[in-house]
Design a protein. Sequence first.
Lengths: 577, 398
Amino acid sequence: MLMSGYTFRSLHVDLTAGSVETVSTPERLCREYLGGRGFGVSLLADFITQSYNSPEMPLIFAAGPLVGTASPTSGRLSVVSRSPLTGTVFDCSVGGRFGTVIKRAGYDFIKIVGIAERLVVLEIDGAAVALRNAESLAMQPVSAAARAYSSAWSTAAIGPAGERKVRFASIIADGHYAAGRGGLGAVMGAKRLKAIAVRGADDVQVADPEELQSARESVMRLLRTSQAVFGEFGLAEYGTAALVDVIHARRMEPTENFRKTLFPQSGAYSGYAMKNRYHARRTGCAGCPILCKKMGAGNEVIPEYETVSHFGALNANSDLNAIVEANRLCNELGMDTISAASTIACYADLENRTIPPPEILQMLHEIADRQPGRGDELAEGSLRYSSAHGHPELSMSVKGLELPAYDPRGAYGMALAYATSNRGGCHLRAYPISHEILRKPVATDRFSFEGKARIVKIAEDLNAVVDSLTACKFVFFAVSLEEYARVLSAVTGRQFDVQSLFHIGERIWNDERMMNRANGFSATDDDLPQRFFSEPGTSGSLIEIRPIDRGEFLMARANYYRIRGYNDDLIDSGDIW
Amino acid sequence: MQRLVQKYVRKIEAQGLAKLDNVVFFARDADIYCNRTLRGDEQELQAALDAMNVSSLLFVRPADPYWTVLQQISRQDEAVLSEGRIFPHDAETRTFLHDIPVLDRFSADAIVSALSRRKTAVIRDRGIVTFGAVTPEQAYIMLSSTCFTVFVKYFSDALRRFRSTVADEEDRAAFRRIWRAAEQFFPAMPMPPLCTGLVDDDDTVFAMMADAGRAVVGHHLVDSFFGNISYIVNDCIYISQTGSSLDELEGCIDKIPFAGTSSAGITASSELSAHKNIYRVTGLNAILHGHPKFAVIMSMDCERKDCGRELCYQACPERRSVRGIPIVSGEIGTGTTALMHTVPEALLDDRGVIVYGHGVFTACRDDFRKAFAQLQAVERACVAAYREEAEKAIGSIP
C-alpha cells in the first residue's frame, strides 16, 4: 500500500521542448529520500557535472510528506540545483505557502529542464499546466510577477538579478519568502523562466489524523516551553531579529567585513527597535504556529537577522531605514541579502572605506542590473570579485558562499560547520548556534572544539531530514526528531523512528558530498578564510575573542572526517557512526 | 569527552542516583571513552552505541530508593504490564519524556529500538538506559529526570492504591523500604549560609544567585537541570539561563532590562514571563523555583474523578492547597494555560505556591533567605502531609 502524505504525482517540464508531463513519484524516492531536499539531491545526481546554465541542468521544486497536512511548521519547500555561485549541489528551504499550494495542486515535485525560447511563466492550475509567454514581465521586479495573479495563486518568481544571472540571485515566493542563497534565481533566469504560478485546493491524505493531532499537541507543548520560540524575546515576538541583541552580547557579530566582532550601534536595528519603529505584526508560512515573519503597519517587510546584521554591522551602517530599504530592494530585484551585503562589505574592505547607506542602495541596483564596472563585477559574488582584484582573502566565504552573521571566532562548532557544509558558508546545515548560543537542546562550550565534530555530523544528518520533511528548523529549538518521527508516521502510515530517519539524513548528506567531489571539491575547500586564524575579534566585557587555533581546527576537521568515515578523497568509506 | 563523562559520573554519585560502580557512561567524538571496563553482557551497550547516531550512552543500576521503585513499578503498574511503558504523572517530565518504555531484554537491539522512539528506557531488573544526542550532559539530565518521574509516580500511585484497596504485606513492606531510603531527600538540614540584604552590583548579585542555586540543589529541592532563580534590582532582572544547572550558575545568568528593551534574554529560563509577572504583582525581588518531590506528589493528590483528570495541569477550577499552601494549575512557558497567569496572584499569600505536577515557587524581598526557607517549609509540609495520608491507609510508617 502506498504511503499517505504523498500525491505520487509529479511534473516534468522541458522548457526547450515546451512540454509538460505528469509522472508518478517513485515510491523508492519517498522511502529513501523523504521529499524536499532529499528528492532534489537524488533527482540531480546524474546531472551534477553539468554547468548551472546547461539545458540539461534540472531545477527542482520539491515538497515534503508533511506539507499540506496539520503537521506544525511544515508549509515549506526545497529548491534544488547546482549553484552558479559555489558550483556545489545546492538546496534552499523556502517558506510562505508556495510548497503547500504545489502539494494541494496535486504534485510532490516539479523538475524543470531545458531553456525556453522566450521568457515564460509556468502556470499550474491543478491538473491544468501550461507555459505562458512572460515577455511583458521581462526585467520587472518580483512583485510584478506576483501582481499578475490573484490571491488565489501562489507564485515563485525571479527579478532582474535572476534574468541577468547575478550569481547570488534568489527566487522569491509569495512576495518575500526567499529561496535566497546560492544563486538559484540565476539557474531559473538561465532557463528563461520568470515565475511559477500555482493554484490548488486538494486535500493531502493523512493515514491517521487522530494520531497526527496527538503528535501535534506534543510538539505544541514543547514549543510553548521554549524561550527562543514563544518566549517574550523569541522568534514569535521579534522574528529572527531577536538574535541581534544576544549575538551582540556574545561579541560575535560580524562587523566591517569580519574585521571586528562588535558593532556598538546594533541596537538601532534590534528586534525590539524594529518592532517599535514599524509596529510589526506577526505573519508567516502556511500552517505555522510560530509566525516568525514580521510585517510593519505600512506593510514593510521587516528584515531577518542575517539581513539586518550584514546590511548593518558588516557594513558599519546603523541607518535602520536604509537597512529595511536594502531588504526590500533585494526582494524586488531578486537577490540574496547575505551575499549581496557581504559582497558590498568585501568591496568596502578592498577600497578601504565605509560605504554610506545611499551608496549601498545604489550598488544593489548596479549589481542587479549588472551595470558595467563594479555592478557587473560584484554580481559575480565576493570571491570572484576579490580574486579578480588580487585579494581573495577578503572574500569572507567558504566554497564561495558568503558567511552569514555569526563570527566563527565566537562559536567553534559554527566554525567547523561552516567549513564542512556541502553548500558552502552556511549556518543552517548544522546550526551549532542552537547549542553554542541558544543553549538548545543543551549548552556547549562555544570556545571549544571538544565533541564538536560528532555534534556537527549529527546535526548535519538531522537537518538533511528536516529539510526533506520539509519542516522548519526553528521548531527544533524545542522538539527533537523523536516527536517528528511520530508526526511523520501518523501522516504516512509507515513507522519511522529517530535512527531510521538519521540513516536517511546521512544518505542525503553523503550523496551531496559525492556530487561535490564529482565537481572537484576536496578537503582544501572545507576551510575558513585566513582572517579567522590570524586576527582576533573584539574582546571586552570579560569575553576574549581570540583567533581560532589552526591546529585545533584541523584536528576537529580530521575528527569529523573520521566520524563520517571519509578517506582522503572524501568518499564514504563505510557505514560508520 | 573524558572530562565531561567524569564530571557527570561524579554528579550521578553525588546526587544519590547510583553508585560509581553501577554506572557505564560512554561518550565519543572521533574516539570513544567509557568510564570503566565493561563486564559480562555490558558489551551490548557498546553495540547499541555503535548502532546509534548519538554522542553518548548512559546505563545505570540506580541506587535506592530508585532501584526498588523501579522494581515495584515494573511488577505492579498496569501500563507496564499491558503496554510495556511507564506513563509519568508529573507535567514537566511528561512534556519532555512522553512515556518510558520498559524492556525485558538487555540487548543492543532492544535498546536501540527503544531509544529510537524515546529519550530513556527502563530495562527490567537491570536499570535505566539513556543517551545524549549532543553531549553527555543530556544523558545525565535524562537519567535524573527518569529517576525523578518514577519516584513521583510510585508515591502518587501508592497513595491511591492504598486508599482504594487493601494493600498486601509485600506491597506495604516495599513501600516502607522505599520510604526509609527516600528520607535522605527530606529537607531536614539547617538553613545554609546565604547572602543577607539587598545587593545591587552585578558581581554580588551573580554570586548570591549562584550560592542560592547551589543550596536548592544541595538540599534536594530540585533535580537535574530543572528549576530556575531570579533577582530584580535597578529595573533589571537577573535570571538563570534556560537549561542551566542551579548548582553551576556561574556564567549562566542573564541580566535583562525589565522594560524588555533588549532581547538578549532569549537565552533566559523558559519561566522568565512567570518571574516578571510575579515581580509585577507582588513587588518582591527574589524568586526561587524548585521541584521538591513531595510537593509535586501532593499537588497531584486529588480524589475528584469527574473533572477530566488529564487536564488538571492545564486548568483546575478548584481552590486546592496542602496545609494552607496554595496549589495552582498551569503549564510551562507561554500560552493561555501557562503558569505565568496563575502563580503570581497565589504568591501574595506569602507561603509559596505549588504548581500542579510541576514544582514550587517562593519569593521574598532583598535576598534569597526567606524564599529558601519557604521552599524548605513547603517540602517539609508536603512530606508530613503525605506521611499522614499514607498512615491513614496502611498504618504507622516507622
